[in-house]
Design a binder for this molecule. Structure first.
Ligand code: FDA
Length: 391
């Protein structure tokens, strides 16, 4: 059987749902297809089940991409306030948790239900649970085979995300399809992902479960948030953030005492000479971490017995402790995929492919990756909205 539409959207995640709803409400006949048995699976598990649906500090410099300017247009035209207005229209209660991150008071299910209602308002047809077969393009029409049927439309939207968390149905399908239509792919890599440490850092691996407020740095990028030691290496928000900037072979610097004043160790020696170094550190850091750092620094004993130069050096080391991760926990644990469909081949205003009229790419499938904290959903909504105005 052959069915015709104005647009076919592949992928019913945040970006695809937003795009389909927009186009449908503009009077277009839209088909939304997903191989998963329910829409918005990543929305459902996001934000610990409460969906951190946007960030009020959204700005283009909080996104990674080979083209730092690409996200500006969509993010500027569909801002956090627009999504908040939608959430408010659906009477979904929300709160700001920290750092501008907005979460549902209730459940992420409310966001999926809201997007499904928006799709219903636009009379979007939805096909779930069937794998997408052959996709081709001829005479200005895209043909998609799915579940023994052939769907035809003059517009096709790639919204199938990236390969992070494959057990949830994530795949590299977007890249295969984009390549087929001549679009370039920026090497995909796991981002917002825990980092692993080799055997050389076994002292720190023994700290599994210990967390501390730190500044994590890589090159010029730095994030002050919690870091968590795991049995494989390092995790926690500060590490997930910096992981997006990390590349194999590079070092990560950790400031374990971001609030400490300059010369605090020397001053402590003057004020409390009988205090042991590890006791002092233990007042500022979790005990196990204080012990491990003291061991690495080899500074056992009273501050009074430590030369000022030694304390100054220790202060510098504690403010910029270098780790060389040997890898990441990979796509299986990555919250997002960095890289993806190159923005070079897309219009930043419409998300349409420059060389294939009618072909669009949105959301995580594209080489635009946000910081942790609601930025990635904001990109999904904004890019989906931008394409949805054009179909
Ligand atoms: P998304 O991956 O959501 O959707 C793609 C859709 O395409 C899926 O429904 C999938 O089934 C479908 N698909 C894939 N391959 C297919 C194929 N071959 N055929 C048919 N369909 C196919 N971000 C944020 O801003 N705030 C947060 O709180 C969180 N929390 C969070 C937690 C966890 C555990 C993860 C893994 C991720 C987050 N994120 C997040 C990131 C956020 O989930 C992500 O950026 C968006 O879901 C991306 O939306 P997309 O619609 O682009 O892709």
């Amino acid at each position: 059987m052959r069915r015709t539409f104005d647009a076919i959207v592949l992928g019913a995640g945040g970006a695809g749902l937003m795009c389909a709803a927009q186009a449908g409400q503009r009077g277009r006949k839209v088909l939304l297809i997903d191989h998963a048995d329910q829409p918005g699976k990543k929305i459902l598990i996001s934000g610990g089940g409460r969906c951190n649906f946007t960030n009020i500090h959204t700005a283009p410099d909080r996104y990674l991409s080979n083209n730092m300017h690409f996200a500006k247009s969509a993010l500027g035209r569909y801002a956090p306030d627009d999504f908040i207005a939608l959430v408010d229209r659906h009477r979904i209660a929300w709160h700001e948790k920290t750092l501008g991150q907005l979460f549902c008071d209730g459940s992420a299910r409310q966001i999926v239900a809201m997007l499904m209602e928006e799709c219903a308002r636009g009379q979007v047809r939805i096909s779930l649970g069937k794998p997408i077969g052959e996709v081709d393009h001829a005479d200005g029409q895209f043909r998609v085979r799915c579940g023994g049927e052939e769907m035809v439309a003059p517009a096709l939207v790639i919204a199938t995300g990236g390969p992070s968390i494959p057990k949830m149905g994530a795949s590299g399908f977007a890249y295969d399809l984009a390549r087929k239509f001549g679009l370039e792919i920026v090497e995909p890599r796991p981002a917002l992902v825990p980092l692993t440490l080799g055997d050389g850092d076994s002292l720190f691996q023994s700290l599994s479960g210990v967390a501390a407020d730190v500044v994590a740095r890589c090159g010029k990028s730095a994030f002050r948030e919690a870091a968590l030691f795991t049995h494989k290496g390092l995790s926690g928000p500060a590490i997930l953030q910096i992981s997006s900037y990390w590349r194999p072979g590079r070092e990560i610097g950790i400031d374990f005492l971001p609030s400490a004043a300059e010369n605090w160790l020397r001053d402590a020696k003057r004020a409390r000479p009988k205090t042991h170094f590890h006791t002092l550190l233990g007042e500022l850091l979790p005990g196990r971490l204080a012990e491990a750092l003291t061991k690495r620094l080899g500074l056992w004993g009273e501050l009074a017995n430590m030369p000022d130069r030694t304390l100054e050096k220790a202060e510098r080391q504690l403010a910029d402790w270098m780790f060389r991760p040997d890898g990441t926990e990979g796509f299986a644990k990555a919250e997002v995929t960095a890289g993806g469909i190159s923005t070079d081949g897309l219009s930043s205003r419409t998300m349409e492919a420059r060389t294939v009229p009618g072909l669009y790419a949105i959301g995580e499938a594209v080489d635009v990756t946000g910081w942790l904290g609601g930025y990635n959903f904001q990109w999904a909504w904004a890019s989906g909205w931008a394409a949805g105005q054009m179909l």
